[in-house]
Design a protein around this ligand. Structure first.
Ligand SMILES: C[S@@+](CC[C@H](N)C(=O)[O-])C[C@H]1O[C@@H](n2cnc3c(N)ncnc32)[C@H](O)[C@@H]1O
Length: 215
């Protein structure tokens, strides 16, 4: 992400990053480390085999994940929009990893509910990446904490939410950033006190919080 994505657009010449951060210090929280590279490294380190992704879009993080899973790895990928997934699919196919992907079109919550009800998926996922509707992150957490293995990892994307999580209440935020900020803040608070996990919030991309299930 570029700092120009974070900073409210103004009809005036671009200022230096120094000037912007001096005026709105939360901008420094917007970083540009590549999320795909990070996921790839993490998944290889933990030797992830069974993964899930909520929020696929055109499949950038999905491709990084599918490439990094073990040879026999599988990823359940969910998104309400198949068209976007299909746009990126040729690249996934060229990379030779499409056989690892089980794509389901539709909202993720009912699928998770079904998996919980089935019982056989409890504690089976090595890695779960959540990058979808921010207002549902806590609903996802309630469910996927049951589905991830003890010792496995959940990654929540956008937990710095354009740096807005530390912006003052009257900060000039874009409308959608302001709308979802409270949901992200609530998630961050809840994760911080959840005794079932240990967490680490990283300034990768727009902020990724890793949660290792400990009980
Ligand atoms: C930020 S994009 C995902 C980007 C992708 N993870 C990447 O890094 O390349 C968010 C996606 O979440 C999807 N989404 C929104 N609400 C959803 C829901 N209730 N269930 C599943 N996917 C949803 C959107 O359709 C969108 O494609």
């Amino acid at each position: 992400m570029l700092f120009t994505d974070v900073y409210p657009r103004e009809p005036e010449p671009m200022k230096s990053l120094h000037e912007l951060t001096a005026k709105h210090p939360w901008n420094v929280m917007a970083t540009s480390t590549d999320e795909g590279q990070f996921l790839s490294m993490l998944l290889k380190l933990i030797k992830a085999k069974n993964a899930m992704e909520i929020g696929v879009y055109t499949g950038y993080s999905l491709l990084a994940t599918a490439l990094a899973l073990t040879q026999d790895g599988k990823i359940l990928a969910m998104d309400i929009n198949r068209e976007n997934y299909e746009q990126g699919l040729p690249i996934i196919q060229n990379a030779g990893v499409s056989h690892k992907i089980d794509f389901r079109e539709g909202p993720a919550l009912p699928v998770l509910d079904q998996m919980i009800e089935d019982g056989k998926y409890h504690g089976t996922f090595h890695f779960i990446f959540v990058d979808a509707d921010k207002d549902n992150y806590l609903n996802y957490h309630k469910r996927i904490i049951e589905l991830v293995k003890v010792g496995g990892v959940i990654g929540y994307d956008n937990t710095l939410w354009n740096g807005s999580v530390v912006a003052p209440p009257d900060a000039p935020l874009r409308k959608y950033v302001r709308f979802y900020r409270d949901f992200v803040l609530e998630l961050n608070w809840d994760l911080a006190v959840d005794p079932r996990i240990e967490i680490c919030q990283l300034p990768v991309g727009d902020g990724i919080t890793l949660c290792r299930r400990i009980s």
